[in-house]
Write a protein that binds this ligand. Structure first.
Ligand SMILES: [Zn+2]
Length: 469
């Protein structure tokens, strides 16, 4: 007998929509049929949409921030928040600090995560110190062990790689067949703009956006694409904010380059005006993230890109700092200049409802496209397909039941994260996840995260980018 049967389900995948029953045994989908037969647990999904559980491929949890700043979410609260928002898997970043061995970094991150995750997880590695031994010895061993993706930064004092280093990392990625995610913003241009703004006394959080205009992102995006061409490696440009970097990605895709792209909720639901706060005051710090949200025209462009395939995945870039906290956004230094305000906003819980409502409910994208962007493509591009990211026989039973008609006003009181605000306070959304199922077990029901943390670590294969995904 089955463990669980989901009856009357409107099943939506990246490619299909149909009504059927889903049978689950030992955490996997073992039957999809008009009638799957008897089961120990019955779930009636009448009126609901059943979609693959969300995969959030860009989440920062418990990431070291230096001495006086602390990230709001660790693995427990971050993954609880994910489960509440219909996400069954997150991919956080194990950060290499200068001089550290990658193996040590990964082991420390496992120790932090162990026993604390409500959803499944798998790590990307951030490379900040690409020495010959890191790239020549550690990286190959880690890729073989299932860490098949990593991230590099083109800005930030303690993480920036110069062009020579980027080329070395890209070269190693081609050799080992690993997916490189690139934070594309030009370091020197941002430093120049920051200095000019500070000299003019423009230090409020709003000027964070002015310090890194779209041209800075466009230039770095083009540079990363050119380096990827030279080294003949697929790359993913992450958190793309607007039209100008998109045009660079479209140019590369037209030329047949394997360039993938990600965008995030802040670029469809916020603009730089949000950084003004109430009256150019410190409230704006709540929206400080990089790249910053742009304007209404950028939002229009992002929607075009979500529809036409410029974007392959939609992730949260969840990077939470508490607002009323001297070790968060309200760091004392932050009051003297925007440059010290910790960069990042929470969003792992609101990612799917925002895209569902603004995308599907408002007729901008299809439900199938939603599934591709939020589950199927991340699974393919990060080497987990078809174990994750779809509804098929043999796949993990990671499922989210959506009530497509449910109207909810987003508010901090509904959130399960450890942050003390949501940037989307007061937004009304149509469509809400009402049940999250992780490998056959209900982990969220009607806003209540249930049970103990039972998330598993997922070892991954080579990205589909190397095999035509
Ligand atoms: Zn980034």
């Amino acid at each position: 007998m089955l463990d669980t049967a989901i009856r009357n389900a409107t099943i939506i995948t990246a490619g299909d929509r149909y009504t059927a029953q889903i049978g689950i045994k030992n955490g996997r989908i073992t039957a999809i049929a008009e009638d799957v037969g008897p089961a120990a647990e019955e779930i009636d999904a009448a009126g609901m949409w059943v979609m693959p559980g969300g995969i959030d491929a860009h989440v920062h949890l418990e990431q070291p921030q230096g001495e006086d700043v602390v990230m709001a979410d660790g693995f427990e609260s971050g993954t609880r928040s994910a489960a509440a928002g219909g996400t069954t898997m997150v991919m956080p970043f194990a950060l290499q600090q200068k001089g550290q061995s990658l193996r040590e970094v990964v082991e420390a991150y496992h120790a932090a995560a162990r026993g604390k995750c409500y959803v499944d997880c798998s790590f990307h590695i951030i490379i900040t110190d690409p020495t010959p031994s890191v790239l020549g010895q550690e990286l190959p061993a880690l890729v073989k062990a299932g860490y098949t993706s990593f991230k590099v930064f083109m800005t930030y004092d303690d993480m920036v790689l110069n062009d020579a280093q980027l080329l070395d990392v890209f070269d190693a990625a081609r050799r080992e067949r690993a997916m490189v995610m690139v934070h594309a913003e030009g370091y020197d241009a941002i430093r120049y703009m920051t200095r000019k703004l500070e000299e003019a006394g423009r230090t409020a959080p709003y000027y964070h956006a002015a310090s890194r205009p779209e041209s800075v992102e466009r230039e770095a995006t083009h540079r990363a694409i050119s380096h990827a061409e030279l080294t003949d490696v697929p790359i993913m440009i992450v958190h793309v904010s607007g039209r100008e970097p998109m045009e660079q990605i479209q140019w590369a895709k037209r030329r047949g380059r394997n360039v993938y792209a990600e965008t995030c909720p802040q670029y469809i639901a916020l603009t730089a005006d949000d950084l003004k706060g109430l009256n150019m005051d410190f409230e704006g710090a709540k929206y400080v993230c990089s790249p910053p949200p742009r304007d209404a025209d950028s939002q229009t462009a992002i929607w075009e890109g979500l529809r036409d395939g410029t974007f392959d995945i939609f992730s949260s870039d969840h990077c939470p700092f508490r607002f009323e906290d001297p070790m968060g956004k309200s760091l004392e230094r932050g009051r003297t200049s925007f440059r010290w305000v910790p960069n990042g906003i929470p969003g792992v819980e609101t990612r799917l409802p925002l895209l569902f409502s603004e995308g599907i409910s408002k007729g901008r994208i299809s439900a199938e496209r939603f599934v591709a962007l939020t589950a199927t493509n991340p699974a393919r591009l990060f080497g987990m397909y078809p174990q994750k990211g779809t509804i098929a026989i043999g796949a993990d039973a990671d499922l989210t039941l959506w009530d497509p008609a449910r109207k909810i006003t987003i508010s901090q009181s509904l959130m399960h994260h450890a942050c003390d605000y949501t940037p989307y306070e007061g937004m009304v959304v149509t469509g809400w996840p009402v049940r999250t199922i992780l490998r056959g077990r209900t982990i969220m029901l009607d806003g209540e995260v249930t049970g103990t943390p039972a998330g598993a670590y997922v070892d991954r294969g080579i990205s589909g980018a190397f095999g035509g995904a």
